[in-house]
Design a protein around this ligand. Structure first.
Ligand code: NAP
Length: 247
């Protein structure tokens, strides 16, 4: 990656308080990008700011549609958007409540829709183009037990990627998805710490390991960069070959 390529860019990363989003925010800032980091726990944002003082933080729950629009509009021009924030609850289908379904779809899908609408409208009006990466999941392409809310939210996010790649491509705005397998962040640990589940998942990954945060950061930064200027509308598994494996 050209070090200078990101120097004059402004990026917004959601869910940048922890895990993958934090990794993306730090990498982009270290490449010289002006980074705006959104998350909903102040101590996480303080910790991020302490590590990389150039990062601007905003405390925001992105499931609040109107407040989110206002906060994002107030940031000014954004060239690179990473929709990363998400939540997961592992609930059997018969036990899912409306509140649980709403929460996962509001944060994982509708908030990305909302933020992308504000940010890409600005890109289109300025005529400068831009790039959007939606952090989805292999659970948007395949599914597993107790994933009915999460998988449907990620499948919707992936279809948003395809729709916007088509609709915004003529405005020089590229939109792609990055779809990780298990990463042992706080979210990953909640789902896969159980030794039996962990071993079963690992056995399905040809490269024999879970993804690291850096694996997801690398794919994301590539799709944000001009090196991928002809890549638009891909749903990219970062999964060591997991979803293609028969056994
Ligand atoms: P994580 O460790 O749980 O971090 C998620 C971050 O998003 C946290 O900082 C969280 O803040 C923030 N966030 C959640 N809801 C928010 C809201 N309503 N408003 C603002 N911020 C919010 O998760 P992760 O593992 O890094 O996951 C990052 C992305 O990768 C997600 O899209 C996830 O679906 C995807 N992914 C993860 C895995 C995995 O195994 N880890 C696998 C496939 C895909 P709080 O902690 O303060 O709530």
């Amino acid at each position: 990656m050209e070090e200078t390529e990101f120097n004059d860019k402004r990026a917004l990363v959601t869910g940048a308080g922890k895990g993958i989003g934090r990794g993306i925010a730090v990498r982009l800032a270290n490449l010289g990008t002006k980074v705006y980091a959104i998350s909903r726990t102040q101590t996480d944002l303080d910790n991020l700011k302490q590590e990389v003082p150039s990062i601007e933080t905003r405390l925001l729950d992105i499931s609040d549609w109107e407040t989110t629009r206002k906060v994002v509009e107030d940031l000014g021009p954004i060239d690179l958007l990473v929709n990363n924030a998400a939540v997961i609850k592992h609930t059997p289908f018969f036990d899912v409540t409306k509140e649980e379904l709403d929460e996962q779809h509001d944060i994982n899908f509708r908030a990305a829709f909302n933020i992308t609408q504000v940010v890409t409208k600005g890109m289109a009006e300025r005529g400068t183009g831009g790039a959007v990466v939606n952090i989805s999941s292999i659970a948007g392409i395949r599914t597993t037990m107790n994933h009915s809310c999460y998988s449907t939210s990620k499948a919707a996010l992936d279809m948003l990627t395809l729709s916007l790649a088509h609709e915004l491509g003529p405005k020089k705005i590229r939109v792609n998805s990055v779809n990780p397998t298990v990463v042992m962040t706080e979210m990953g640990k909640r789902g896969w710490n159980d030794p039996e589940k962990k071993a079963a998942a690992l056995a399905k990954i040809p490269v024999g390991r879970f993804a690291e945060i850096e694996d997801i950061v690398n794919a994301t930064v590539y799709l944000l960069s001009d090196k991928s200027s002809m890549i638009n509308g891909v749903v990219l598994p970062v999964d060591g070959g997991m979803i293609n494996s028969f056994i």
